[in-house]
Design a protein around this ligand. Structure first.
Ligand code: 48N
Length: 317
């Protein structure tokens, strides 16, 4: 008979999860022999024909994998809420340094990346102030050096490169078009600790008020990194939930734009705000009342690096 949940010792929960075998996908199987090159295909459009398929094969190819992922990541080591520049940077650092940990990224939008597909006012170039150029070199994104800052020729080059690297880690799963609509809690020292997330399809989350009850799904994890951005339709989710759960009094609210003050504050302030919940990126500005920095993204990348470091402390043996 297992002890009531309030008596579960989270440290065993953490130690047990931290030593799970690395999550590796199987080898790519080529069953019907090597395919031709693009050039060879282009030489013979006249008798071009796709290999045959039955619709149910497509359905099974998708659903078999998706439901296996849901089963695998139902118990994750780390959940990252929000796949913007901060969340993806945190995911990259964890994927690189701890291939033995299972990381689930929950992203409400169909398209991950948050606000990092463009620079400011829909201009395409992305500015990062030094020393964040170190992260660009780490992930292999080219930039132009302008002295105290660098410029990536298109923000999408940074975001697509980072996203591609993150998704390729075998121990990381991106669940996009999926919203975190609550937090799993456990009693801890007179307050609570966060022990996972409550999820639903984003379209369902958006329509709870105009439909009968559509219950959510869950992911257990000893550590959650929340990087849901500054306030907006979905933004600042976890910190607003902490207020509604009376775990923090009120939000400081993001302040006016001051690049020099804002970026240092976000990076240095990235931390565990309640046991089990680390907040980074612009979501942090909402809890701390930090300034906003506008169209410069170095703090997002380095806040993600710091959030990853804070999360990995939990798994240090
Ligand atoms: O890009 P964001 O909004 O957030 P960050 O913190 O990664 O980057 C912020 C950055 O883009 C800026 O805002 C820049 C630097 N400007 C500053 C300024 O002064 O204006 O990404 C957050 C992601 C988005 O993709 C959301 O869709 C997602 O989080 N999200 C969620 N995903 C799942 N469940 C939720 N409840 C949720 N809420 C937001």
């Amino acid at each position: 008979m297992s002890p009531p949940s309030a008596l579960i010792d989270h440290s065993t929960e953490i130690v047990e999860l931290a030593h799970k075998k690395p999550v590796l996908t199987g080898p790519v199987q080529v069953l019907n022999g090597p395919t031709r090159t693009v050039e060879e295909i282009a030489e013979r459009w006249d008798d071009f024909k796709f290999s045959p398929i039955r619709e149910s094969q497509v359905s099974r190819a998708m659903t078999r994998r998706y439901f296996k992922d849901l089963d695998t990541y139902a118990e994750s080591d780390i959940v990252i809420v929000g796949a913007g520049s901060c969340g993806l940077s945190a995911a990259y650092m964890i994927g690189k340094t701890r291939p033995d940990l299972k990381v689930a990224i929950i992203e409400a939008s169909v398209s991950p990346g948050g606000g990092a597909w463009l620079g400011g006012q829909l201009f395409s170039a992305m500015v990062m102030r030094k020393p964040a150029d170190a992260f660009l070199r780490e992930v292999g994104v080219e930039y132009e050096d302008e002295g105290d800052f660098v410029v990536v020729k298109h923000a999408a080059l940074f975001t697509s490169t980072l996203l591609s690297k993150v998704i390729q880690f075998p121990n990381i799963k991106l669940f996009n078009a999926t919203a975190v609509e609550d937090l799993i809690t456990r009693p801890s020292g007179g307050g609570i600790r966060i022990a996972g997330v409550v999820t639903n399809w984003t379209l369902v989350t958006m329509h709870h008020d105009d439909q009968s009850c559509m219950d959510p799904n869950t992911i257990n994890a000893p550590v959650v990194i929340s990087t849901t951005g500054h306030d907006g339709p979905f933004g600042a989710f976890s910190v607003k939930r902490l207020v509604s759960m009376q775990q923090i009094q009120k939000l400081g609210g993001m302040r006016g734009l001051d690049m020099n003050v804002a970026e240092d504050a976000i990076v240095k302030g990235t931390r565990e705000v309640v046991p089990g919940l680390i907040v980074g990126g612009m979501e942090l500005s909402e809890i701390d009342g930090a300034n906003r920095m506008g169209p410069t993204f170095g703090a997002m990348a380095l806040s993600g690096v710091k959030a990853a470091e804070e999360a990995l402390k939990v798994f240090e043996v």
